[in-house]
Design a protein around this ligand. Structure first.
Ligand code: URA
Ligand code: ZN
Length: 371
């Protein structure tokens, strides 16, 4: 269903991925997940294998991972997609699993190459493309901090995309404090995005019958919810009260579960005994002060929860392109994109200012995207 909001405001997509040429070279050079390759039974089509478990030899090679075409790496295709869906500006980000799998020695240099690569691609379409940079998280923290400082000098960089693994032990790791301090100091937003999902055992022995539905629909959002709750419990926002985080997929399930998280904190004897239930910033405060949510939730019900949790002025339109393309060969517009437009229209259509905010004005303000 086509969007029925008529907007004079720019439409900005803040959740949209690329695998730039330098990263594609890296994926094509590898034989372990993540990698890109063709299989002998379908030599004309490359497949992208990125998620944990996607490489299982019991899965036929023609359904392993997903087909990968130029929409994943050709920036002209991104612009064509934007034009087709009335998107004026995009804040592109490297797709998962970023540089998480590289050795400490490789990661620093690759981050420089890839961030420069993406910055250059943004420069080909001035005013239309910006980006979230990628960090060499397997390197030492001083190298990570250096890349944050360097990113803040790149013309089109507006923050960083981060998975949930941090330096290997998650985002509640106090060894990340210099990284958080640098991001806060340079006013760079973290775009927190899932990749690892949940342990495959929770999907059960019949998981392979269900395609990617369980890991993508549930594993991803729960991974994000757990990561952000661990940040909260470890006091990241008590130490870095100006650290801003944009949560993928409308916060996973955070808006829906925030009340339960708070209640569990306030009823926890261990936390109480350690003085951790008092003088703390609660989830609701952080949701309205430090957290932004994308509007990539595909339905009005989820979007209403996001609006209630963070406020319509903290919600930002996204598509997740090039993932979730239409499966029919002859489809024109993407159903996944129109589901997100439709949810904004249904949830906020009665308030044009709020709808325009979510569609683009909020992103322009928060990410400094003025022409
Ligand atoms: N699948 C992925 O691996 N990443 C996304 O961003 C979306 C779907
Ligand atoms: Zn995504």
């Amino acid at each position: 269903q086509a969007p029925c909001i008529i907007t004079m405001a720019p439409i900005v997509d803040i959740h949209t991925h690329v695998y730039p040429p330098k990263y594609m070279d890296l994926l094509r050079s590898r034989t372990e997940v993540p990698y890109v390759r063709t299989f002998p039974d379908a030599p004309d089509s490359s497949r992208l294998i990125i998620l944990p478990g996607e490489d299982d030899p019991s899965t036929p090679s023609t359904s392993r991972g997903r087909p990968i075409g130029p929409e994943y790496f050709d920036i002209a295709k991104k612009i064509a997609f934007m034009d087709q869906h009335r998107i004026d500006k995009s804040v592109i980000s490297l797709a998962n699993p970023w540089l998480d799998f590289l050795s400490a020695e490789e990661a620093g240099q690759k981050a420089v190459e890839i961030n420069d690569d993406v910055n250059e691609q943004c420069g080909l379409y001035p005013g239309r493309l910006y980006f979230f940079g990628t960090l060499p998280l397997s390197s030492d923290t001083d190298i990570i901090v250096k890349e944050i400082e360097r990113l803040s000098t790149l013309k089109y960089a507006r923050g960083v995309i981060l998975g949930t693994s941090g330096l290997g032990s998650g985002l509640d790791d106090t060894r990340l404090d210099p990284v958080y301090a640098a991001l806060q100091k340079h006013n760079q937003l973290i775009f927190l995005h899932p990749h690892y999902g949940l342990p495959s055992s929770v999907y059960g022995p019949r998981a392979s019958e269900y395609g990617h539905v369980l890991p993508l629909a549930l594993g991803f959002p729960l991974e994000t919810t757990i990561a952000v709750t661990r940040m909260l419990l470890s006091g990241v926002w008590d130490r870095f009260s100006g650290l801003n985080v944009l949560l993928a997929h409308s916060g996973g399930t955070l808006p829906f579960l925030a009340g339960r998280i708070e209640s569990c904190i306030l009823h926890d004897g261990h936390l109480k005994a350690h003085g951790k239930t008092q003088n703390r910033r609660d989830v609701w405060d952080i949701l309205k002060t430090n957290i932004y949510l994308d509007a990539v939730i595909y339905s009005e019900v989820g979007l209403n929860a996001a609006v209630e949790a963070s406020g319509a002025d903290r919600l930002l339109f996204g598509t997740d392109h090039p993932f979730f393309p239409p499966l029919e060969e002859d489809a024109k517009e993407w159903h996944s994109v129109n589901a997100n437009y439709g949810a904004i229209s249904k949830s906020l259509g009665g308030n044009n200012d709020k709808a325009q905010g979510v569609l683009g004005d909020n992103a322009v303000r928060i990410l400094r995207l003025e022409d």
